[in-house]
Design a binder for this molecule. Structure first.
Ligand code: SAM
Length: 240
C-alpha cells in the first residue's frame, strides 16, 4: 500500500548538490533511476501549517515519535525548525522507509533518528524501539494523515501505543487529518473523500472525533485542543 491523499500524486525527487558541476538537466534525466526520495503533494502543502501548530507544543529537549511518517517530507521539514527536539520517524511500508532514509541521507539532520519499522496495529512490545524511546519516556507521538487511511486496529493501536510510550505527566498525542464530528462529515468534499476511501478499502474512512475521544479515555488521554487547519482538516491534541 502507498499513501493516498486527496491528490494522488507521489513522485520521486532529486536535489542536486548546490555546488554540483553537473547540470540540473542531467540530474533531471537520472532522477527516476536513482532517487528513493518520494514527494507527496499533500505533504508539501500541509507541512507548513502543521509546523505552525507544532510551535505551540514542541519544546527543546523533547522526544517525538512519528507514526506513519510516509515519504519523510514532514520530519525533514520539522527537523531544522525544531533543532532542540529529537524526531524518530517510523513506517510499516518498506518503500516509505526507503524514502525517509533518502531524505535523511540528503539533509543529514542531526536531530532525526534512523527510521523504525512500525506497524502500529501490533503491540508496542513487538517494536524494536531504541532504549531512549522506552515506555513512559516519549514527549509527543505524532501521526499525520494516518487515522482515515488505516484499519481500526491501527487507530486503536495508535492510542494504545501513545498510552504505553508517552510520559505519564505531560505526554501529547498529536494527530492531523480529516475527521467526522458528531456523526456528520462536512463539507461535501470531505464526505466525497470519505466515500472514495471506503470504496478503495472498507477498513478506511474518516473517524468520528467522539470515537477517538473514547479511545483516548481508555488510554489515559483526553482531547485538550482542536485546531482548524486548511482544506477542512483538523489537528487534534490529546494530553494526559
Ligand atoms: C496517507 S499516508 C500519510 C503519510 C504521511 N504521514 C503524510 O502525511 O504524508 C498514510 C500512511 O499510513 C501508513 N500506515 C497505514 N497503516 C499503518 C500501520 N498499521 N502502521 C503504520 N503505518 C501505517 C501507510 O504506510 C502510509 O504511509
Amino acid at each position: 500500500m502507498w499513501c493516498i491523499n486527496r491528490s494522488l500524486s507521489l513522485v520521486p525527487v532529486y536535489f542536486p548538490p548546490s555546488n554540483s558541476p553537473i547540470s540540473v538537466s542531467v540530474f533531471t534525466a537520472i532522477r527516476f533511476l536513482t532517487s528513493k526520495m518520494l514527494s507527496a503533494s499533500a505533504a508539501e502543502r500541509n507541512k507548513g501549517p502543521i509546523a505552525e501548530i507544532l510551535k505551540l507544543y514542541l519544546r527543546d529537549g523533547m522526544k517525538v515519535l512519528e507514526i506513519a511518517s510516509g515519504t519523510g517530507q514532514h520530519v525533514s521539514h520539522f527537523a531544522p525548525l525544531f533543532p532542540g527536539t529529537t524526531f524518530l520517524p517510523s513506517e510499516k511500508d518498506a518503500r516509505s522507509i526507503h524514502s525517509i532514509v533518502g531524505y535523511l541521507d540528503h539533509f543529514r539532520h542531526s536531530n532525526v533518528r534512523v527510521p523504525l519499522f512500525v506497524d502500529v496495529s501490533k503491540p508496542v512490545s513487538n517494536w524494536a524501539l531504541p532504549e531512549d524511546y522506552a515506555p513512559n519516556s516519549v514527549d509527543v507521538v505524532l501521526s499525520i494523515n494516518m487515522i482515515h487511511i488505516s484499519s481500526d486496529a491501527a487507530v486503536i493501536g495508535l492510542f494504545e501505543a501513545a498510552n504505553a510510550l508517552l510520559k505519564r505527566s505531560n505526554g501529547l498525542l498529536i494527530t492531523y487529518g480529516a475527521y467526522k464530528f458528531d456523526g456528520h462529515i462536512s463539507p461535501q468534499s470531505n464526505a466525497d473523500f470519505d466515500e472514495s476511501l471506503r470504496s478503495k478499502n472498507p477498513e478506511w474512512g474518516l473517524r468520528d472525533v467522539t470515537f477517538l475521544e473514547s479511545l483516548a479515555q481508555r488510554n489515559m488521554l483526553r482531547l485538550k485542543a482542536k485546531h482548524e487547519m486548511p482544506a477542512n482538516n483538523h489537528m487534534l491534541i490529546f494530553s494526559r
